[in-house]
Design a protein around this ligand. Structure first.
Ligand code: ADP
Length: 368
C-alpha cells in the first residue's frame, strides 16, 4: 500500500523536538506531499530556532528515507513568520542587513533571471542565456526556482530523476553542457502550484545548497515570477552577483518589471540589466515587422531607472518552437541571428558580473 500522510506523521514521532515532543504529533509538520516515492514536507519553526532545529530536520529526513517505498525525500524548515512583507514600495525603508548569506562553495557567480510577472519569456531567456554563457566556455548551471511553473526540464529536453549522491545531495541533470536542477524533476507541476510561500522558499534553498553543483563559473537562477515573499526571500538569502529582469514592452509588464528592479535594489542585488522580450514580430512570410506589444518600452524604462539595457529579443516562431521542443535555439542553431542576440546579451551580463561592479553579495534582511 502506498504511503499516506498519516504514515509520515506516525514515523516522525520517532524524532523528538529539543523539548522532547514527538515531531509527528507536534503539529509542526506542514505541506506533506507524497507522490511516487517522493516525500516532501516542512517543519514549521520560529526564525530564531533555525539552528536548534536543523538536527531535527536532518533526523526527520534520514528517517523518512528509510520508509519502505521512499525514493526522494526533502524536509525543509519553514518559518511562517519569516519575511511576510511584499516587495517594498519604491522609497520604502527596508531594515538594514546584518549578515550576508553563505556563498555556495565552488560557484563563482549566481545570476538571477527574474520578471515582474509570468508569461513574459523569463524561462526561455534564462535557458538561452545559460547556454550562451556555456558557449563562451564557462561552466554553467541552471537552477529552476520557478517553482510555480518549472519549465527548464522541458526547455532543456530533460526527463527522469536526479540521482542521490551521498546521504543528501542530489546530482544535477546535464544537457548541452549545462547542469540543470528543477523542482520539476521531483514533483508534479500541479503539486508545486499549490505550495505556500514558506514551502517554496524551503524547497528553493534546498535546491540551491543540497545539489552537487561542483565547480561553476555561473549558476543561472530562473526565479519564480513576481515580486512577492518567495522572490524577496530568494533575493535576500541567495548570494547573488546580480539580476537580469525580463519584460515584454507593454506598459503593464513594464510596471511589473519596475517592481522587480526595485525589489532587487532594496536588498542590494545589482541589476545587470533589462531585456525586452517579444519586442517585435517579424512575419515569416512577408518579413514585415510588427511591434505587437509596442516596442522600445523596456529600453526607455531601463534609462529611466538608470540600469543597463541588455537588448531586444523578437517574438519569433522559431524561438517558441525550439523552446517547446527542448532544443533551445542557442544550443541547436548557435549561428542563427536570434542565438547571436542571446550571446551578445550573455557577454554583457558576464562582463558586468566579472568587472566586480556587480559582484556584491546580497545582505540578509533582519526579520522583525
Ligand atoms: P515565463 O518564464 O516568463 O513564464 P516562458 O519562457 O515560459 O515565460 O515563455 C512563455 C511562452 O512564450 C513559451 O511558450 C515560450 O516558448 C514563448 N516565448 C518566450 N519568448 C519568446 C520569443 N522571444 N518568441 C516567441 N515565443 C517566445
Amino acid at each position: 500500500m502506498s504511503l499516506q500522510e498519516a504514515d509520515i506523521l506516525k514515523a516522525l514521532d520517532a524524532v523528538k523536538l529539543p523539548d522532547g515532543t514527538p515531531l509527528g504529533a507536534s503539529g509542526r509538520i506542514t505541506g506533506v506531499m507524497i507522490n511516487d516515492g517522493k516525500i516532501i514536507c516542512a517543519i514549521t519553526i520560529e526564525a530564531p530556532e533555525a539552528s536548534a532545529m536543523e538536527p531535527v530536520r536532518a533526523a526527520a529526513e534520514a528517517l523518512l528515507r528509510k520508509l519502505p517505498g521512499a525514493k526522494t525525500v526533502l524536509v525543509g524548515l519553514t518559518a511562517d513568520k519569516a519575511p511576510t512583507r511584499a516587495a517594498p514600495a519604491p522609497g520604502a525603508t527596508v531594515p538594514r542587513a546584518t549578515s550576508k548569506p553563505a556563498s555556495l562553495p565552488g560557484v563563482k557567480h549566481i545570476i538571477a533571471v527574474a520578471s515582474g510577472k509570468g508569461g513574459v519569456g523569463k524561462s526561455t531567456t534564462a535557458c538561452n542565456l545559460a547556454l550562451a554563457l556555456a558557449a563562451q566556455g564557462l561552466k554553467v548551471g541552471m537552477l529552476d526556482a520557478d517553482i510555480y511553473g518549472p519549465s527548464q526540464p522541458k526547455l532543456f529536453g530533460l526527463r527522469g530523476k536526479p540521482k542521490l549522491v551521498g546521504p543528501r545531495m542530489l546530482e544535477p541533470m546535464e544537457r548541452f553542457g549545462v547542469k540543470v536542477m528543477s523542482i520539476g524533476f521531483l514533483v508534479d507541476e500541479e503539486q508545486a502550484m499549490i505550495w505556500r510561500g514558506p514551502m517554496v522558499i524551503s524547497a528553493i534553498t534546498q535546491m540551491l545548497r543540497e545539489v552537487a553543483w561542483g565547480e561553476l563559473d555561473a549558476l543561472i537562477v530562473d526565479m519564480p515570477p513576481g515580486t512577492g515573499d518567495a522572490q524577496l526571500t530568494m533575493a535576500q538569502q541567495t548570494p547573488t552577483s546580480g539580476a537580469v529582469i525580463v519584460s515584454t514592452p507593454q506598459d503593464l509588464a513594464l510596471l511589473d518589471a519596475r517592481r522587480g528592479v526595485t525589489m532587487f535594489q532594496k536588498v542590494n542585488v545589482p541589476i545587470l540589466g533589462i531585456i525586452e522580450n517579444m519586442s517585435s514580430f517579424c512575419c515569416p512570410n512577408c518579413q514585415h515587422i510588427s511591434p505587437i506589444f509596442g516596442h522600445g518600452g523596456a529600453r526607455l524604462e531601463a534609462e529611466r531607472l538608470g540600469v543597463p539595457f541588455l537588448g531586444e529579443v523578437p517574438l519569433d516562431m522559431n524561438i517558441r518552437a525550439t523552446s517547446d521542443e527542448g532544443r533551445p535555439i542557442v544550443a541547436t542553431e548557435p549561428d542563427s541571428p536570434h542565438a547571436q542576440i542571446y550571446k551578445r546579451m550573455a557577454a554583457q551580463v558576464w562582463a558586468s558580473v566579472t568587472q566586480g561592479t556587480s559582484a556584491r553579495t546580497a545582505p540578509r534582511i533582519v526579520i522583525e
